[in-house]
Design a binder for this molecule. Structure first.
Ligand code: PRP
Ligand code: URA
Length: 208
């Protein structure tokens, strides 16, 4: 099983607050944004740099600036939307795509309802964001769509992952690294993550 668990005391603290069933919608949204920003720091750690000549007020200096591919952020609707602002704080020039899918409540299989990606998506490194990796069906399907558009450089970033979802995504897309704030225990019979944090979309948007 291949997964990068991003460990940081601030992330652990904030995630515990999000797991608390008494945390309200407003705080849940704010915490998700803050954790996403902290995780984005780690997810972008290997971005390539190139030499750039800069005139400082004192002299000429060869500094480093980002080179390589531009970034695209693709949230899986709905809950992935809550992670976009945090990532965009760190990479404000990234373009944003959207993939909409929901899990059928009986089969737990993802059903796609929307897909709109940047025109030059195949030229970018794409960070797919969704707080929950449960069965892995939604993430695997979203990444299928993105690959069909010619994208070769993809990362997946979530908050809470279940071992079942990690295995599914590893098998479907072995080239896509997974970053999570926590690897939880298991799924329950309804394919919800245990201990998890409940239904991320409902808690984020107050639709419970
Ligand atoms: C949640 C979550 C993921 C998906 C994960 O979305 O945000 O997209 O479930 O489950 P999986 O790994 O088993 O596919 P949901 O289907 O509840 O839709 P929503 O975000 O619109 O509430
Ligand atoms: N989707 C959620 O929002 N939460 C889970 O635990 C599983 C899927």
């Amino acid at each position: 099983m291949k997964i990068n668990v991003v460990r940081h005391p601030l992330i652990e603290h904030k995630l515990s607050m999000m797991r608390d069933k008494d945390t309200n919608c407003k705080d849940f949204r704010q915490l998700l944004k803050e954790i996403s920003l902290l995780m984005a720091y780690e997810v972008t750690r290997d971005l390539p740099l190139e030499d750039t000549i800069i005139e400082t007020p004192m002299t000429t200096f060869t500094g480093k600036m980002l080179g390589g591919r531009s970034i695209g952020v693709v949230p899986i609707l709905r809950a992935g939307l809550g992670m976009v602002d945090g990532v965009m704080e760190l990479v404000p020039s990234a373009k944003i795509g959207h993939i909409g899918c929901y899990r059928d409540p009986d089969t737990h299989q993802p059903v796609e309802y929307y897909c709109k990606l940047p025109i030059d998506v195949d030229q970018r490194q794409i960070i797919v964001v969704d707080p929950m990796l449960a069965t892995g069906g939604s993430a695997a399907m979203a990444i299928d769509f993105i690959k069909k558009r010619g994208v070769t450089d993809i990362k997946f970033m979530c908050l809470v992952a279940a071992p079942e979802g990690v295995m599914t995504l590893n098998n479907a897309h072995p080239d896509v690294p997974i970053f999570a704030a926590a690897l939880d225990e298991r799924l329950n019979e309804q394919a919800y993550i245990i201990p998890g944090l409940g239904d991320a979309g409902d808690r984020l948007f107050g639709t419970k």
